[in-house]
Design a protein. Structure first.
Length: 200
């Protein structure tokens, strides 16, 4: 009676334990681990992963090599520095100044800063006229100075006249008589009295 009870007790324990154990024993398992990251790597420290065998439940730990630096993008004036380790990873870019003009000493194509060491080019002025001031046709800077008149030559009917503003200069030119009449205005030559009356 007592032996039977003992045997049953042992049997129960064995059954209970074997129910908990997987079918394959850990020793002969070609483990297939499922890894989870237990510590993220940084640029200056290893990370760790814990693996659990999907077949036998055995566990293992492995290291993950250093991660990338957590670096901000460099700008014209600031280098790329890792937020984790503080090291300068990427050098600053430096400004990329464009060509200077009469109104800009050269502007950086990245940040828009004007080159403090640059120099302006000279203005490019229009010739101007008596009605238009001389201006820079690049930046529009106005000198306030007018150009000269566009004087047309004098004729027998009007003195030398500016074609733009109408200003006159001097006096009319002499008539150009041919055969007693001016070929420009048609006036009769008073000096020739023998000419017959206008029959036109
Ligand atoms: Zn296994
Ligand atoms: Zn770093
Ligand atoms: Zn810049
Ligand atoms: Zn200009
Ligand atoms: Zn004029
Ligand atoms: Zn005339």
């Amino acid at each position: 009676m007592k032996r039977t009870q003992t045997f049953l007790a042992i049997l129960l324990v064995v059954l209970a334990v074997s129910a908990l154990l997987p079918v394959i024993s850990s020793a002969e398992c070609a483990h297939t681990y499922s890894w989870i990251t237990t510590k993220e790597p940084t640029c200056s420290s290893y990370g760790t992963q814990k693996g659990t065998c999907t077949k036998c439940g055995a566990t293992a730990v492995r290291q993950i090599s250093y991660g990338d630096h957590n670096c901000n993008e460099p700008t014209c004036e600031k280098p790329g520095v890792c937020k984790t380790c503080g090291r300068t990873i990427k050098p600053k870019l430096g400004h990329s100044y464009g060509a200077p003009t009469c109104y800009s000493r050269g502007t950086c194509s990245r940040c828009g800063q004007e080159n403090p060491h640059g120099s302006y080019t000279s203005h490019k002025f229009t010739t101007g006229s008596c009605v238009n001031t001389k201006k820079c046709y690049v930046c529009g800077y106005d000198t306030g100075k007018y150009g000269g008149h566009s004087m047309q030559p004098a004729t027998c009917t009007k003195p030398s006249t500016c074609s733009l503003c109408g200003t006159t200069s001097g006096s009319t030119a002499p008539h150009q008589f041919q055969n007693g009449r001016c070929i420009v205005c048609g006036r009769r030559d008073d000096l020739i009295n023998s000419l017959p009356d206008d029959d036109m």
